[in-house]
Design a protein around this ligand. Structure first.
Ligand SMILES: Nc1ccccc1C(=O)C[C@H](N)C(=O)O
Ligand SMILES: [Zn+2]
Ligand SMILES: [Zn+2]
Length: 211
């Protein structure tokens, strides 16, 4: 049987990677360099938990809620549907959701081309009614390419609150430029950061086995 194709949908983690306004810039500092009495290279990272492709923990938007080390991994692994949301404008509404065919994970592509060299103040967000409709359809994870389910200036975090009410999991900052709408296997595991409000993920899509 042929190997199934894999698409990497993760941002490259590097100095200058766009971060949420005011949040910590990504830094990588060498701790040891090979050849200066050291047989190895070792470095130390400084980064926001919401850098690049990442999973939000419930703790990010609800005090006392589970941290990223506590959430179960099932939502981050398994069949998903990628929906084209490039024409949705500011808000992905329930009528933009296509037939899920029973898939329990949904990723929305809103960018024509992911803005990997700059921070964009405006991005497509998800209406809370859309989150509720997805939850009613049995969806356990919602992901997108934009930096947040909610608009950047939101103080009420309506989509995140709908996610909290339905106990769904969240992925943000995915790069879906090369991904045609359709069905894939999602693999995007968060690191078990104790007390973590989020974690970077290595997110990939894999071709489904022939049915
Ligand atoms: N880094 C931040 C700093 C302040 C306020 C929000 C953020 C976020 O990252 C938002 C986020 N990605 C979200 O989960 O919607
Ligand atoms: Zn986040
Ligand atoms: Zn979020």
């Amino acid at each position: 049987m042929a190997e199934r194709r894999i698409w990497d949908i993760s941002q490259r983690l590097r100095p200058g990677i766009p971060v949420w306004p005011g949040d910590t810039e990504f830094q990588q500092a060498g701790t040891w360099q090979m050849g200066e009495g050291s047989p190895v290279n070792v470095s130390a990272l400084t980064l926001s938990t919401h850098t690049g492709a990442h999973a939000d923990a419930p703790l990010h938007y609800a005090a006392g809620a589970p941290d990223i080390a506590s959430v179960t991994l099932e939502p981050y692994l398994g069949e998903c549907v990628v929906i084209d949301a490039r024409q949705c404008g500011d808000l992905i509404e329930p009528q933009h959701v296509v037939d899920l065919g029973g898939a329990r994970r949904v990723l929305f592509r809103s960018y024509e081309a992911f803005p990997d060299d700059r921070w964009e103040e405006l991005h497509t967000a998800i209406a809370p009614a859309t989150i509720r409709a997805l939850a009613d359809a049995g969806v356990i994870l919602v992901g997108m390419d934009g930096p947040s389910l909610d608009p950047q200036d939101s103080k009420t975090m309506d989509a995140h609150m709908a996610v909290l009410a339905a106990d769904m999991r969240v992925l943000e900052g995915l790069v879906l430029d090369d991904i045609a709408p359709g069905r894939y296997e999602l693999i995007a595991l968060p690191l078990p950061i104790v007390g973590g409000d989020a974690s970077p993920v290595r997110a990939v899509l894999r071709e489904l086995p022939d049915a």
